[in-house]
Write a new protein. Structure first.
Lengths: 239, 535
């Protein structure tokens, strides 16, 4: 809880807080007045609407609030995450309804040739017609189209790096004229990259063996028998 | 300009100048960590856990007389939405019901399924909507040559003010490496060193670099993979279905749950031989008026349901306030600025341009010191009445070369960029934000509560973290105890029949409330915060 007035200097000037300006926005086809600059989700709450579908982490990571919007007089429909986007005058927006994309089912450990298996699991992946709509739809600025091609050409490492920012909002899916779900293709390729094409970290396996073979048992005995004071002393020696 | 000087208001860039100006002198400065006595004094004076008027005793139940924050006490004593005459014919019959779809829930469901159980995962929002998906700082696992599980144990104990459950803690640190192996096999892409080993970073309050990370998207990456895996295993999934009450056999054993379908508002009874609660924390209760870093559904539902069933809660008087929650711009209030920035050397700077704490001290100490600076007039205020101190993000580029912030913290850069702020060039304003429930439902080493066949894993459980959770221990906690809960519940279910389903515990709880003169005016669990503006 911010404390009471302690210092009259060092106050950040925020006109929007001092004199909130009301703007007109259209939400799912209805017009409302809301304070400028609040997020789209907050605009829904501000107008008394309960949000169940469409809010998740509220921090831009879960993709629950995938939204289409248009700014004043601009015909271009854009995409965004509603918890991360501020409203402005004349804006229209609607949240995306869940889209029935097909997710392939696979047992990651049992795949023998994951790069080839991609074509069985997602046979539509190589049918990309290069329209680039997926890339334009991505609120995370991922080059989605490029990612799909990289997956098709077996460069799973590049896919995994490009899609680390993917919040699985699914905005790339309904726009695809080849019925590809690029986020799911990328997730498959990323997981395969991790499970099948990365080095085994020796030190981790070594530590697992050390623990299993009792390397720390004597030290544990000593630690767990310590009095509270002895433990405190041991802790205070930590840097 | 004159008017602004008179009113004391300044453009944010004017105020940031002092941070830029003092950067070079600060770079050579080392701040010692506080001594145990100093930590104690600081925390008691400035940490929100010690504001007496925010607390009250719980009136009845297993924790009668124990202190907790008023917001939680009201919910624990609250009224169940379930009538005692509800038709308890089950819509579903399973071996293991997992309630909650975050990291702990997915881990529990996957491990129970792998042991042959018929599993259902029911969650209030969507699969994966959780705090796990936002836990980007990393997961602590002691793997480096210089490190050991014992060192991890001691660090955690120190961070928790020596109040951690030793048995649970030993289990967590010992099983850490095997959890990392499991996640790698599922395809989680942890950052690597040049030699292929897992890269480890140093986290606040830790004596060794021990954080496994996936860029600054650790929780997102883990959650993406676990979600996908739950779907691959065709585990029965009910989204937008919130548990509102547990079921018992009338003799203290858990036998299922009542769910509320949030789409059609109907009740749905699930018969289960074991129930695993993985409903997460309490940030959305906004205790003491704090903003929160937590997801929309973090309303403490599991605590409420377990408490009504007669499970004991532990250390529910202590909460973690993450030191660096955003206070500017308005849109980001409460959102987390990852601890990774301090791990990499970011300074906290007050309105006088001074550092005031070793930034890598434990979260409670750093938060208390920020609150101290602000309470004593060395904070920067915003027009909306908030106050904060600077986190010097451009320092990272100054120290490690241009592009460091962009490369190491893409998620943070993106989050601020949306509001026209470039954190590589401008420091950000922060104040502690309600982040984590340190305590929770008491569990044993198998993640089982005092109620037979009722398991709890992840943030809903208590005891492991003591009075302050160490950074990076949460992701590990929920993987380790999610696995233990899932494995034990599946084994238990294989050897027993489904018990009778009653609301006897609820009848007793209501009788107890009446006996203590409590007539609750709130319905609980809360399920979702009431943000929609009323007329």
């Amino acid at each position: 809880m911010p404390p009471k007035d302690v210092n009259t200097n060092n106050v950040i000037d925020q006109e929007e807080v001092l004199r909130p300006k009301m703007v007109t926005v259209e939400m799912a086809g209805k017009t409302y007045q809301v304070p400028e600059g609040i997020t789209m989700i907050k605009a829904l709450w501000y107008t008394g609407q309960e949000v169940i579908r469409g809010a998740g982490c509220l921090g831009g990571f879960c993709g629950a609030c995938a939204t289409y919007y248009r700014t004043k007089d601009d015909p271009k429909v854009r995409t965004c995450l509603a918890c991360q986007t501020a409203v402005e005058d004349g804006m229209s927006f609607s949240m995306m309804a869940p889209f029935p994309a097909r997710k392939a089912i696979y047992q990651m450990a049992e795949l023998t040739d994951p790069k080839q298996d991609l074509f069985n699991l997602y046979p539509e992946a190589p049918l990309c017609r290069n329209c680039n709509a997926c890339t334009e739809a991505c609120p995370q600025n991922i080059d989605v189209r490029e990612g799909v091609w990289r997956a098709v050409f077996g460069d799973f490492k590049a896919v995994s790096e490009m899609f680390m920012d993917c919040v699985m909002c699914g905005l790339c899916v309904p726009v695809c004229i080849a019925d590809i779900a690029p986020n799911l293709v990328a997730l498959y390729a990323s997981r395969a990259q991790g499970a099948h094409f990365t080095e085994k970290p020796e030190r981790l396996y070594h530590r697992i063996n050390e623990i299993a073979s009792g390397r720390y048992d004597a030290e544990w005995d000593r630690i767990l028998k310590m009095s509270e004071q002895e433990l405190k002393d041991a802790c205070s020696e930590l840097k | 300009m004159t008017l602004r000087l008179l009113t004391g208001r300044m453009d944010i860039h004017e105020l940031q100048k002092l941070v830029h100006k003092t950067r070079d002198p600060r770079r050579t400065q080392t701040l010692p960590k506080y001594s145990p006595a100093e930590r104690d004094t600081l925390i008691k004076k400035h940490h929100p856990d010690y504001r007496e008027n925010a607390y009250r005793p719980i009136k009845f139940g297993m924790n009668a007389g124990d202190l907790t924050v008023r917001e939680l006490a009201a919910l624990l004593e609250g009224e169940s939405p379930v009538p005692e005459n509800l038709d308890l014919s089950p819509a579903h019959t399973v071996d293991v019901l997992v309630v909650g779809g975050g990291g702990a829930g997915c881990a529990a469901a996957l491990h129970a399924y792998a042991r042959g159980a018929k599993v259902m995962l029911a969650t209030k929002l969507r699969l994966g909507d959780s705090n796990t998906v936002m836990a980007q700082g990393g997961m602590q696992v002691a793997i480096s040559r210089e490190d050991s599980p014992i060192q991890h144990f001691l660090d955690t104990l120190k961070g928790g003010h020596m109040k951690n459950d030793h048995e649970l803690l030993k289990m967590m640190v010992d099983e850490g490496p095997s959890i990392a192996k499991w996640l790698l096999e599922l395809g989680v892409l942890f950052d690597r060193d040049a030699d292929g080993n897992l890269h480890v970073k140093k986290g606040g309050g830790s004596s060794m670099p021990r954080l496994l990370t996936c860029s600054d998207y650790t929780g997102l990456e883990i959650m993406r993979v676990l979600k996908d895996e739950v779907l691959n295993q065709k585990i029965q999934l009910l989204e937008f279905s919130a548990a509102v009450e547990l079921l018992s056999d009338g003799a203290g054993t858990c036998t299922g749950a009542v769910l509320r379908d949030l789409d059609n508002k109907r009740s749905l009874v699930v018969a289960a031989k074991a129930v695993i609660l993985t409903t997460g924390g309490i940030g959305r209760l906004h205790i003491q008026g704090f903003p929160t870093s937590n997801h929309y559904g973090a309303t403490g539902d599991g605590l409420v349901m377990a408490y009504r069933m007669g499970a004991k809660l532990l250390q529910i008087d202590t909460f973690q306030y993450h030191p660096t929650g955003a206070v500017y711009p308005e849109q980001l209030i409460g959102a987390l600025v990852t601890e990774g920035i301090r791990s990499e050397g970011g300074h906290l700077v007050n309105a006088k341009g001074e550092r005031f704490v070793n930034e890598l001290d434990t979260r409670d100490v750093v938060s208390a010191s920020i609150i101290r600076e602000c309470e004593e007039g060395r904070g920067i205020r915003t027009m909306s009445g908030r106050v904060g101190v600077w986190l010097d993000t451009p320092l990272l580029d100054a120290e490690q070369g241009p592009g460091t912030v962009e490369k190491h913290f893409p998620a943070m850069v993106r989050q601020y960029k949306r509001f026209g702020i470039d954190i590589a060039n401008d420091p950000v304003l922060i104040y502690p934000t309600l982040h984590y429930q340190n305590g929770g439902v008491q569990i044993d080493a198998n993640s089982e509560t005092g109620i037979r066949n009722l398991f709890v894993a992840g943030e809903t459980s208590g005891g492991l973290h003591g009075r302050n959770r160490l950074m990076g221990n949460s992701l590990l906690d929920l993987m380790v105890f999610g696995r233990r809960a899932g494995t034990t519940a599946a084994a238990r279910a294989a050897s027993m029949p489904q018990g009778p389903m009653t609301l006897e515990h609820l009848r007793q709880f209501r009788a107890e409330a009446r006996k203590h003169g409590v007539s609750p005016d709130v319905s609980s669990p809360m399920l979702l915060p009431a943000y929609a503006k009323q007329d």
